[in-house]
Design a protein around this ligand. Structure first.
Ligand SMILES: Nc1ncnc2c1ncn2[C@@H]1O[C@H](COP(=O)(O)OP(=O)(O)OP(=O)(O)O)[C@@H](O)[C@H]1O
Ligand SMILES: [Mg+2]
Length: 263
């Protein structure tokens, strides 16, 4: 026991030498900055998503059937496949801008707190941070904003499979006019089936050709000359990315670094 205690003391001592601090994540904390998203497209060129965009925009601006229930359109796919990017393309489409009186973007991530989401929606709709009020005044304020409006709300990156919480939020959102719509992006089919009132949009991977274009953009940047040996390696790498743009981008960037050194 004595030996173990001494060893633990040594480890604790090393921890202070390396300046490692214990951090306990607070529940209900803000979405980590690196996971936060906004409505502005960050990708300079988006490959191979025109058809997906058309389908969603068409469904939003010319809904086939007018249902009384709020229109919730889920976009589903694995991490890094481009769900957020597709939602951004739809959000910024001119026809969508003309069709909806109000567009709101909220990044949800892992913490699905109804109060926090209502505050975020009010903040995004008004362009100013919402005060920390009790739930009831927040609900009323949100309903004043959405009341009888044809709004588009994007709930990006939803993880919660808690149906009860979604029902509580949905009741508050149900005050818009006919055609008010919500786009949900999620990795989870269960989330999509809980929230969706419309068949989910399964996002597929990019084709190898599209991946290669993205890879070259990252690996060679503005360079006019592509080195054939690097392109050949790129083609092999891209095959392993299975159409996931995040993987293609990351590996393309690594290649750029390598090609600038001694690849
Ligand atoms: N079609 C595309 N063409 C080029 N780049 C893309 C495309 N789709 C996504 N990207 C890029 O790939 C990365 C991941 O995309 P995005 O964040 O949209 O994925 P996601 O499916 O929302 O991931 P997550 O499940 O983690 O939220 C981003 O850097 C984005 O700019
Ligand atoms: Mg996303």
């Amino acid at each position: 026991m004595k030996e173990i205690r001494e060893r633990l003391d040594e480890i604790a001592e090393e921890r202070t030498q390396f300046h490692l601090n214990e951090v306990v994540p607070q529940s209900g904390a803000e979405v980590g900055e690196e996971r936060q998203t906004g409505s502005i497209i960050t990708q300079s060129h988006v490959y191979g998503r025109d058809e997906d965009k058309e389908i969603i925009v068409e469904n939003l601006v010319n809904p086939v059937a007018c249902c009384d229930d709020i229109f919730v359109y889920p976009i589903v796919g694995i991490g890094g496949l481009g769900k957020t990017t597709l939602a951004q393309m739809v959000y910024n489409d001119e026809r969508v801008g003309m069709h909806f009186e109000l567009r709101i973007w909220v990044c949800i991530s892992e913490d699905f707190s109804v109060k926090k989401i209502i505050k975020a929606i009010i903040g995004s709709a008004t362009g100013t941070a919402c005060e920390d009020l009790e739930l009831d005044p927040l609900q009323r304020r949100l309903q004043d904003i959405l009341n009888r409006k044809r709004y588009l709300l994007v709930l990006d990156d939803v993880w919660s499979e808690d149906e009860e919480k979604w029902d509580r939020l949905k009741c508050v959102l149900a005050c818009g006019s006919t055609g008010a719509s919500i786009i949900v992006t999620t990795r989870s089919r269960k989330v999509a089936s809980i929230m969706g009132t419309f068949p989910m949009h399964h996002l597929s991977g990019l084709s190898e050709d599209e991946c290669l274009l993205l890879f070259k953009e990252r690996a060679f940047g503005q360079e006019k000359e592509e080195r054939p040996n690097l392109v050949a390696i790129g083609k092999e790498i891209v095959k392993k990315c299975r159409g996931v743009p995040l993987a293609v981008k990351s590996l393309g960037s690594l290649m750029r670094y390598k090609s600038q050194s001694n690849f």
